[in-house]
Design a protein around this ligand. Structure first.
Ligand SMILES: [Zn+2]
Ligand SMILES: [Zn+2]
Ligand SMILES: [Zn+2]
Length: 756
């Protein structure tokens, strides 16, 4: 019997061909296996019928751990060629199917880590040790099929030893494209801040020693550069904050292992599992009561972002040091993407670091670290990137047109929806300048190529002036396909529907800013959404943003604007004016503007949280996205909801002037922690009640919560309790970001829904 089999899914770069080889040989089958240019694996087997059947069963049941099979197409009609043996054939460029893809980067496996430490092993101390089960994939792949010549390993000719292992079916590096050793693989080396190579026998451990001493070292990883330094000493951290112009934004850190991580943070069962998984994201963990790292790592927050080493190089940094963790923050000039090239790194980072730890392998795809936070057992993806991208999200429905969505403006990702899979790109960032726009264009081209997609619809935001909207129009023209503009919060709600495979939803969507259907700024919305359309059912009260964008940077402006509706703020604002960059003069201008001019308004939930944060003296200046609200959440942890205020509404609008004014009048009688807690509870209760009433009226079973505010554990859990108590099912994102990293996915879904 002869069977021609096509397997699609994540089947290239995961040891699938070697596995097929072994399974075929075990079943005494002749034939071949090969990779194709559309990421599909093609297999031909010939032999006894029972053996072919068993082969197919074993293929499904025993597949390698990282492989994902989406479909198997078997054709038994061909005539037998009489193969005398089974072999792995050279890949073909053939590409007809779309929707398969190479895997994300996989962090170093335990077996490789063991070999790295074994003095008897050929790869003892070799920092880029990998096997068929581990190593970079997405970041080294230039094009498909996934073979060494199509990756950045192409420059490294395998030595005899490596190539023997590569060809040996019994070896765990059989057909591993990243196989390398100290003789033939990439080399690591140290340089001074100006790129001058330094004589050094053990550059990686030397870098670890320099870090411990308090130097700042830029380290090249798989997907980009990171800037590293010690975490227990304030001086290097203060210096890093100064040179990076990062006053307050938390630094991610890397700890050598789980045990060390537990010495300064609390790690629950689910967090431990993900922290040590092959994805190795940064996890936002609660600081322990006896937290002993410098407060400069993540100032005024109750969490610290921790990841474990994901390559041998990172593991070796910790070998001879006492330091419990190193800062490992993305190396990028302000609002530019993470640096990937050695020369560029020296040019752009040379003035901010003392040394470079470089290697000579090119990075084909830039890929930043992923960031995840848990609410109890539920994962919330803040940034879905290394270790996740480009693994697709599987959908319930099959889309008959291929959609490309370009995201919004902040935390942008792009998304390709093909058949029943959505491929979300790595994190691209805030698309505000040419560098990020170029990165965005590269990513969408690469993703289109990887998935072998022919784009038929382009989706983007409703905002007429977003760079991504302009890009979408341009793409639509070039590809001669329709462009669908999707309202920001509609995209959030649709993303939630698609992730949970439900047909309709009442969604609470809270974030910083989204361009509303009426042209005003939205950000605290209750929407009804189904496949056809969406409807705005209610929202937070519209509040003035005195000075426009300035009000997002200086939340006292928001507080003044809201309070002004109920009282004369002159005296209070003047008394706080030392927290404004231009002091008393600025306060006076704000008051004048409030009295005379019409100011832009917003229903943003983020801005109300900001105002309360400033009012309580927790945060007066936003130096990074979400800062005032994040610090408010941290402060509230120590408090209780003592005010227990019942939500007030003006029609279908939640009164936010009331809560801000209440906080103002009670601020001398309660602790800031209690008031922070009460304010968050009021918003959660108010939004939940509004959504529940609408869901009851419309007889909708599911109430969901999306947008950046959904990262707030207090607000999410309060809404969840209220919703579930009334018998509704509560939905939040587990697989895609609740923030704007999930917008491209939602846009693609809406564009697909609207095709008919
Ligand atoms: Zn391995
Ligand atoms: Zn070698
Ligand atoms: Zn948003």
């Amino acid at each position: 019997m002869r069977a021609e089999i096509k397997v699609s899914g994540i089947v290239q770069g995961v040891g699938f061909r070697p596995f097929i080889y072994r399974t075929a040989v075990k079943n005494e089958l002749g034939g071949y296996v090969r990779n194709r240019g559309d990421a599909v694996v093609e297999i031909v087997v010939e032999g006894k019928k029972a053996n072919v059947t068993q082969f197919l069963e074993q293929m499904k049941a025993e597949k390698p751990p990282l492989a994902r099979i989406y479909s198997i197409k078997a054709d038994y009609s061909g005539e037998e060629e009489g193969f005398s043996e089974f072999q792995i054939m050279r890949s073909s460029g053939e590409a007809e199917l779309s929707g398969s893809v190479i895997p994300p980067d996989v962090s170093i496996c335990d077996e490789c880590l063991r070999e790295l430490r074994d003095p008897e092993n050929r790869r003892f101390n070799y920092f880029f040790i990998t096997c068929t089960d581990c190593g970079p994939r997405y970041t080294i792949t230039r094009e498909l099929p996934y073979d060494r010549p199509n990756t950045t390993m192409q420059e490294f000719q395998m030595c005899d030893f490596c190539s023997r292992e590569y060809r040996d079916p019994s070896n765990r590096r059989f057909h591993a494209q990243t196989v390398a050793c100290p003789n033939c693989g990439p080399k690591a080396y140290l340089t001074s801040y100006n790129g001058e190579p330094m004589e050094c026998k053990d550059p990686i451990r030397e870098a670890g020693r320099l870090l411990e001493e308090g130097y700042v070292v830029a380290i090249k990883g798989n997907g980009g550069f990171h800037v590293a330094t010690a975490t227990t000493k304030p001086e290097p951290l203060a210096r890093l904050r100064k040179v990076k112009h990062r006053k307050q934004k938390p630094f991610a850190i890397m700890a050598p292992d789980l045990e060390t991580t537990q010495s300064f943070s609390e790690v629950n069962h689910w967090e431990a599992e993900l922290l040590t998984s092959y994805r190795k994201p940064i996890l936002l963990l609660k600081k322990r009561g006896d937290y002993y790292l410098s407060e400069l790592v993540s100032p005024q927050l109750h969490t610290v972002g921790v990841m474990l080493p994901y390559t041998g190089l990172h593991a070796m940094l910790f070998d001879n040091v006492e330091e419990p963790a190193f800062v490992m923050t993305s190396a990028n000039p302000p609002s530019e993407p993470i640096v990937t090239d050695n020369d560029e790194a020296v040019k752009k980072l040379g003035s901010t670091v003392d040394y470079f730890l470089l290697h000579n392998r090119v990075i084909a795809q830039r890929c930043d670290n992923s960031v995840v936070r848990f609410h109890e057992q539920d994962p919330c993806l803040i940034r879905r990137s290394r270790g996740y991208a480009p693994e697709p999200i599987r959908m319930k429905f099959v889309s008959d047109r291929c959609v490309l969505a370009v995201g919004g403006e902040l935390n942008v990702t792009v998304c390709i929806l093909a058949e029943n899979r959505a491929f979300i790109s790595q994190h691209i960032g805030d698309v505000e300048n040419l560098e990020t726009l170029r990165f965005l264009k590269n990513s969408l081209e690469h993703l289109t190529k990887l998935t072998n997609s022919r784009v038929e619809v382009v989706a983007c935001d409703l905002h007429p002036r977003f760079t991504t909207t302009k890009l979408a129009q341009e793409l639509g023209g070039r590809l001669d396909c329709p462009v669908v503009q999707v309202q920001h919060h509609h995209a959030h709600a649709a993303a939630l529907m698609a992730e949970w495979r439900v047909e309709e939803i009442v969604g609470i969507i809270c974030d910083g800013f989204g361009y509303g259907s009426d042209g005003t700024a939205w950000g605290g919305e209750v929407l009804y959404c189904n496949r056809e359309s969406f409807k705005r059912l209610g929202h937070l009260e519209s509040q003035p943003m005195v000075g426009g964008d300035l009000a997002t940077y200086y939340p006292l402006r928001m507080a003044a604007g809201i309070l002004h509706r109920k009282m004369d703020v002159t005296e209070w604002l003047i008394s706080k004016s030392h927290h404004l960059p231009h002091g008393k003069r600025e306060a006076e201008v704000i008051i004048k503007q409030l009295e005379k001019e019409s100011t832009p308004e917003t229903t943003s939930c983020g801005r109300v949280l900001d105002a309360i944060s400033a009012l309580l003296g927790i945060c007066y200046e936003r130096t990074y996205e979400g800062e005032p609200a994040m610090k408010l959440e941290s402060a509230a942890l120590e408090g209780k909801d003592r005010l227990k205020l019942a939500p007030r509404y003006i029609g279908n609008v939640l009164d936010t002037t009331f809560i801000v004014h209440e906080i103002f009048t009670k601020k001398d009688s309660f602790s800031a922690a209690d008031l922070a807690c009460s304010a968050q509870s009021y918003l959660a209760r108010g939004l939940a009640q509004m959504a529940i009433e609408e869901a009851e009226r419309l007889q909708v079973e599911h109430v969901g919560f999306s947008g950046g505010v959904a990262y707030n554990e207090h607000i999410t859990s309060a809404i969840s309790k209220a919703v579930e108590k009334r018998g509704f099912k509560f939905l939040v994102h587990h697989k895609i970001p609740a923030g704007d990293g999930g917008i491209s996915f939602g846009q693609a879904i809406v564009a697909d829904f609207q095709k008919n």
